[in-house]
Design a binder for this molecule. Structure first.
Ligand SMILES: Nc1ncnc2c1ncn2[C@@H]1O[C@H](COP(=O)(O)OP(=O)(O)O)[C@@H](O)[C@H]1O
Ligand SMILES: Cc1cn([C@H]2C[C@H](O)[C@@H](COP(=O)(O)OP(=O)(O)O)O2)c(=O)[nH]c1=O
Length: 214
């Protein structure tokens, strides 16, 4: 049984260029065809306030603590205004990145204190029943940093994170691996270094195995 009482909360993670966006759209269509209401959203972002914070954090230079606080401020607003109401209605929430990204990028990428991030996570994701709101399932698109860089070359104008060197993304990947190891039941690692159709089949299989898509 998913942790959320009625809805389904799915997050998508991986370094920039790993292929998340490509497969989120496919999944949204699959859930829609199965008769489920889908909320497609992203972090940082997903509400008017959080989208403003996104634009600041992706473009304006700042230190890792400010970056982490803005990520969690955006997340708090997003949870309260979009994610929790959607789950209460029984919708499927497909979220492009969530807190694992903060541990991977601000924690492992920037080297910011993981214990402080853990405290922020507990404050921001505290649920009314005393538990911690986490995705029911996290799909981690794992791709070597060199391959992601090749895929992104020329594809779009890089933001503050996408402009980072390859070593940064190698650390971010280690961060995702650590989170996945700590919570194996929540994570599914997708080998994203394969043709789109193979990746799509593995993504679909993760849902079918759980009985979430026929
Ligand atoms: N399996 C794949 N093989 C080759 N290229 C891919 C694959 N999946 C996605 N791409 C391409 O790689 C780029 C990054 O994919 P995208 O879905 O935008 O990644 P993300 O959302 O994780 O940053 C896009 O140009 C996309 O078309
Ligand atoms: C959610 C989140 C994202 N990020 C970064 C990762 C990405 O480089 C960037 C935006 O994510 P994303 O929406 O994946 O960017 P795009 O749509 O351009 O692929 O924000 C963090 O550093 N920490 C976080 O907590």
């Amino acid at each position: 049984m998913p942790m959320s009482s009625t809805g389904l909360f799915i997050s998508f993670e991986g370094i920039d260029g790993a292929g998340k966006s490509t497969h989120i759209d496919m999944l949204a269509k699959a859930f829609d065809a199965a008769g489920r209401r889908v909320v497609l959203t992203r972090e940082p972002g997903g509400t008017p306030l959080a989208e403003k914070l996104r634009s600041l954090v992706l473009n304006d230079p700042m230190d890792p603590l400010s970056e982490s606080l803005l990520m969690f401020a955006a997340r708090r607003d997003h949870l309260q205004r979009v994610i929790e109401p959607a789950l209460a209605r029984g919708d499927v929430v497909l979220c492009d990145r969530f807190t694992d990204a903060t541990f991977a990028y601000q924690g492992h990428g920037r080297g910011f204190d993981l214990a402080v991030l853990g405290q922020l996570e507990r404050w921001v994701q505290a649920s009314t029943d005393g538990g911690l709101r986490q995705p029911d399932l996290t799909l981690w698109f794992d791709l070597p940093a060199a391959v992601a860089a090749e895929r992104l070359a020329g594809a779009r104008v890089p933001d503050r994170f996408e402009a980072q060197p390859q070593a940064f993304f190698e650390r971010v990947s280690e961060g995702y691996a650590a989170r996945a190891q700590a919570e194996p039941a929540r994570f599914v690692r997708i080998d994203a270094n394969q043709p789109r159709e193979r990746v799509a089949a593995m993504v679909r299989q993760a849902f079918e195995q759980r009985g979430w898509l026929a």
